[in-house]
Write a new protein. Structure first.
Length: 299
């Protein structure tokens, strides 16, 4: 563990941006863009570990468990952001992918003093969710040393849940508390220590992968189309109709009519049109196919 915060890669001074304060606006943006280009390559290096995590998440959710993100500050907000996007995108309950931020919901818009330094708070937040061995807990901390995350991961290990540490420093402290360690080494920031920049981008990319890949493996996609989108507004209804038409080749009126008959369920609508069956049979076929549209219509 690095005891001196300035020994952390994310806290070091970037030699390529030393004159950023006297640079023109165009040069400031070029420097930042140059640094951003390094992020995707850093993420690429940790894909084997992300793969392991996705497989664990799929197992967790398939067995009735949850994917739980936890972090403080920007890291916590990124976890919450990914969690709240899953219900509308994949029609999963808000209790399937959960985001915890040190200090609670109010910390999303305003910092809560001392919350991230409290190990016990990390444990108690997970205990309040009745954490179980079926769950997967992803602790997120750019520095890799946030006490809130350390306490949470330690508690998760005691419970027997799958534990994952996502940081942006090699040899991160939170990695010691997790079964799987994702250490995305993005190097020093354009603005020293501002980990909402490259580190935040790296974390967002990894979280995108974990949730999206897991949902794809759980049958939430047909090709690259979101066949389990939750129709909660006009835009999503139009998207759903487009998805149904793309897959079935039907006209708009039939797509809309079938969607209504299927209680706004895109998957069922596709099966009904492809197989010329009713809603109940479509649901039975999807159940037998574990929710995979491709399997349901090929059978």
């Amino acid at each position: 563990m690095q005891d001196n915060v300035y020994e952390l890669g994310t806290e070091k001074v970037n030699p390529d941006t030393l004159k950023i304060d006297t640079a023109s606006t165009a040069e400031v943006l070029r420097m930042m863009n140059d640094e951003d280009h390094k992020v995707a390559e850093a993420v690429k290096k940790v894909l084997p570990v992300v793969e392991e995590v996705v497989d664990k998440v799929v197992t967790s959710i398939s067995s009735g468990g949850r994917l739980i993100y936890m972090g403080a500050g920007t890291s916590g907000r990124l976890g919450v952001l990914d969690a709240v996007e899953c219900p509308p995108t994949f029609s999963v309950g808000s209790d399937v992918v959960v985001g915890l931020i040190a200090g609670g919901e109010r910390a999303f818009v305003k910092a809560v003093e001392g919350a991230e330094d409290n190990e016990g708070l990390g444990a108690s937040d997970l205990a309040a969710l009745q954490l179980s061995p079926e769950d997967t807990v992803v602790g997120i901390a750019a520095s890799g040393r946030t006490p809130y995350v350390i306490g949470g991961l330690r508690y998760a290990r005691e419970v027997g849940a799958v534990t994952v540490a996502l940081s942006c420093n090699e040899g991160a402290r939170i990695s010691e508390e997790a079964e799987h360690k994702i250490e995305v080494n993005v190097g020093p920031e354009a603005l020293t220590g501002s980990t909402r920049l490259k580190a935040g981008t790296a974390q967002k990319l990894v979280l995108n992968m974990i949730s999206t890949a897991s949902m794809i493996k759980l049958g939430k996609a047909y090709g690259n189309l979101m066949v389990d989108v939750n129709i909660s507004n006009y835009k999503l209804e139009r998207r759903a109709i487009g998805i149904i038409r793309d897959i079935t080749g039907t006209d708009e009126d039939t797509a809309l009519k079938t969607l209504k008959l299927a209680h706004n369920e895109v998957k069922a609508s596709i099966v009904m049109i492809k197989l010329g069956c009713g809603y109940d049979e479509a649901k039975d076929r999807l159940r037998d196919a574990n929710g995979y549209v491709r399997v349901a219509i090929e059978e």
